[in-house]
Design a protein around this ligand. Structure first.
Ligand SMILES: Nc1nc2c(ncn2[C@@H]2O[C@H](COP(=O)(O)OP(=O)(O)OP(=O)(O)O)[C@@H](O)[C@H]2O)c(=O)[nH]1
Length: 401
């Protein structure tokens, strides 16, 4: 599925956005974003419209890393393939064992802009050719996958070794533990396994005097949506604009009579933000299914006869009425993002209001990322100038290093 718009379309899109100069106000609410009024995003800057680059402030080239680690056959490659390559879970049975570090950029096809490094089962921290300091230094999140259907004592020892090494190099890494393959466990067994792993992992850290290291635990499986939900939470922690996005969603739903709203990355079905009401797994699953339906239908009937066009564009929108007086409403926000809302039928009668508020919401989202792109661009210029002058970010002459 190609999500990349043709160059002409991109330019048209930019023109359209520049033309939208009228001052909008969300109904029932004044100025809710303190972003700039107009865009000066430069298409030449390399910053792609709609792509969130939450990279190192001094370099727009470096993307934050998400490492996938864990014992052999714990399910690392399967997770990556299912979430980012739309591989069906059954096909992962035929995946070969990874024997070298696989690095993948998740930026060209998707809104979220980062690198995933899939590690072979057993990496040896004592191997002199393995520069773990370099790897951990640029890491945003370390996902450690534990196979819950297997004896997990060895995995816990590995987790401890990995986390303590990584923490020494880079204390700001988010440590995320996926208690994986829980599809094979009963509900009681799941809770018990999570409690046991949580307890043992934290006890090990406490024994080493490292109780300040925080581990987050998730029960995951590639056979349901739990893996997408867990990945969503991992990615959200790496998005600096998250509080602003949540705030915008809160304001949008409260002014439009909407029950729940998710901002989805359409390609990966990761939700990058939602409003502050609790997330219910079934609601999330319905939203994922809706995205699949929209993209599938549009691939079959939405493209031109010669196959030109994209299955997801500015016109993409869908309404699905459920038999429980709820309406699912999907609308395009950027070329990678969609808003999916849950609305009660009676509130959906005021669709005009919802659409008007959505228009303001969409504009605000674009402004949030324009600010970000402008900052990234000016930092890039600054760092280029610094390089020319031969100084480091803190002003030390480079030759002294
Ligand atoms: N039941 C179940 N099986 C899974 C799940 N995820 C992965 N698997 C299976 O686990 C096996 C190993 O998966 P891989 O993704 O190759 O594991 P890996 O951690 O990348 O393995 P190495 O490359 O050897 O390190 C495959 O047969 C997958 O089908 C899951 O959520 N549930």
């Amino acid at each position: 599925m190609s999500q990349v718009l043709g160059k002409q379309q991109q330019q048209q899109q930019q023109q359209d956005e520049e033309e939208e100069e009228e001052e909008d106000e969300l109904v029932g609410l004044a100025d809710y974003v303190d972003g700039p009024d107009s865009s000066d995003a430069d298409p030449e800057s390399g910053a792609e419209e709609g792509v969130l680059d939450f990279s190192d402030p001094f370099s727009t080239e470096v993307k934050p890393r998400i490492l996938l680690m864990g014992l052999r056959r714990s399910g690392k490659s399967s997770i990556q393939k299912v979430v980012f390559h739309k591989m069906s879970p059954n096909e992962t049975l035929f995946l070969e064992s990874t024997n070298k570090i696989c690095r993948e950029d998740v930026s060209n096809s998707s809104f979220v802009n980062f690198q995933i490094w899939d590690f072979p089962g057993q990496i040896d921290f004592f191997d002199p050719t393995f520069d773990y300091e370099m790897i951990f230094r640029g890491t945003g999140a370390l996902i450690f996958v534990i196979d819950s259907q297997d004896d997990y004592m060895e995995a816990l020892a590995r987790l401890h070794l990995t986390v303590t090494r990584a923490y020494k190099v880079h204390p700001d890494i988010n440590f995320e533990v996926f208690i994986h393959k829980v599809d094979g466990l009963s509900d009681d067994h799941k809770i018990e396994t999570q409690r046991d792993i949580h307890q043992r992992a934290n006890d090990d850290l406490a024994d080493a005097g490292l109780e300040k290291i925080h581990l987050s635990f998730y029960l995951t499986s590639i056979y349901d949506h739990s893996i997408f939900e867990a990945f969503s939470k991992v990615v959200q922690k790496l998005i600096p604009q998250l509080p602003t996005l949540e705030n915008l969603l809160n304001i949008f739903i409260s002014n439009s009579g909407i029950e729940k709203a998710f901002l989805f990355d359409v390609v990966s079905k990761i939700y990058i933000a939602t409003d502050s009401t609790p997330v219910d797994m079934q609601t999330y699953e319905l939203c994922c299914d809706m995205i699949d339906v929209v993209i599938d239908i549009s691939c079959i009937y939405g493209l031109q006869e010669d196959g030109a066009g994209t299955p997801y564009d500015k016109e993409s929108t869908a309404i699905i009425k459920l038999n429980n007086t709820t309406v699912l409403y999907l609308k395009e926000v950027t070329k990678f993002l969609a808003l999916v809302c849950f609305v009660r039928e009676e509130s959906f009668e005021r669709k005009g209001l919802i659409d008007y508020n959505f228009h303001c919401f969409r504009k605000a989202i674009h402004e949030v990322f324009e600010v970000r792109m402008r900052i990234a661009k000016s930092r890039k210029v600054q760092s280029q100038m610094r390089k020319k002058k031969g100084t480091t970010p803190n002003g030390t002459p480079r030759v002294l290093l």
